[in-house]
Design a protein around this ligand. Sequence first.
Ligand code: C2E
Ligand code: MG
Ligand code: MG
Ligand code: MG
Length: 287
Amino acid sequence: RAKEQGRNTYQFYTEGMQDREVMRLELDKDLNHALANDEFVLYFQPQLDLNDSSINSVEALIRWQHPRRGLLPPVDFIPLAEESGRITDIGRWVVMAACRQLAKWQKGPYSHLRIAVNLSGRELDDESIVDHIQEALESNGVPASRLEVELTEEIFIQNIEHNLNQLTKLHKLGVHLAIDDFGVGYSSLGYLRDFPVDLLKIDRSFITDVTERHDDAVITRAVINLAHNLGIQVVAEGVETHEQLTFLKNHRCDLIQGYLISRPIPAGELERALSAGLLEIDTPVGS
Ligand code: C2E
Ligand code: MG
Ligand code: MG
Ligand code: MG
């Protein structure tokens, strides 16, 4: 019996693995058609400026409206797209879609909004991405200062010279550069000296317990001070409570982003929330 069970377990396991591999292959095939079929969509998550409680920027977060599987989050397909190289085309679509949205907003009451897009290291490897960004801005009549690019610390570990070159070009165009998930990478602080960085986004893992854990509070305060002394603005990611907001405001954090303000939402929903004043959270007076 034991032997039988063992065999069953083994079969179950390999079947599970095969299922996953089949799913992966299918997903990769579907990814191939997703761009042509217009299945990607950008959701937007607002960032609240703690200085005047206004919203001047939103982060674009990609979703895939899969014909059979429903709305898929990036974790379900971005890693796969990075492996297959499909990420290059997806990234170009993201930049173009963001610029089209900025062009739309430019005409109405949301002309002050900036959009931040996420670019992975793999996307920055592509020599022509900077030209593509410039073209997307120009063909939509959007000033470069409306666009922000978020990069994680991985770009400071490999291809450093190439990446510095790419980011310097982007920065010269007037595009703002943000370091995403700051504090969880394995890179040195030296790049803050060498790279043109405008914003640091403190990773959510430091913010979650920032009002309960002394160490998280110390790290968060230190990052804010470090950034400010270098002339860099700070965004706190994953803010979910009023207590976190108060802490961050008291310690001079510039912007917050998180479910407390809003989840990522489609453009239409964002416009409705903005015009109804739903995102205007009262921030306490700093002490
Ligand atoms: P990220 O850039 O660090 O984005 C923040 C993620 O945290 C988003 O997940 C967002 O929905 C989630 N989040 C925001 N506020 C809160 C909060 O208060 N609590 C919690 N628990 N979560 C919060 P999402 O949209 O699933 O994106 C995950 C990651 O996928 C992003 O992390 C980014 O690295 C990547 N990604 C998203 N869009 C793109 C894209 O267009 N291109 C590339 N290359 N990567 C993308
Ligand atoms: Mg991001
Ligand atoms: Mg992040
Ligand atoms: Mg993150």
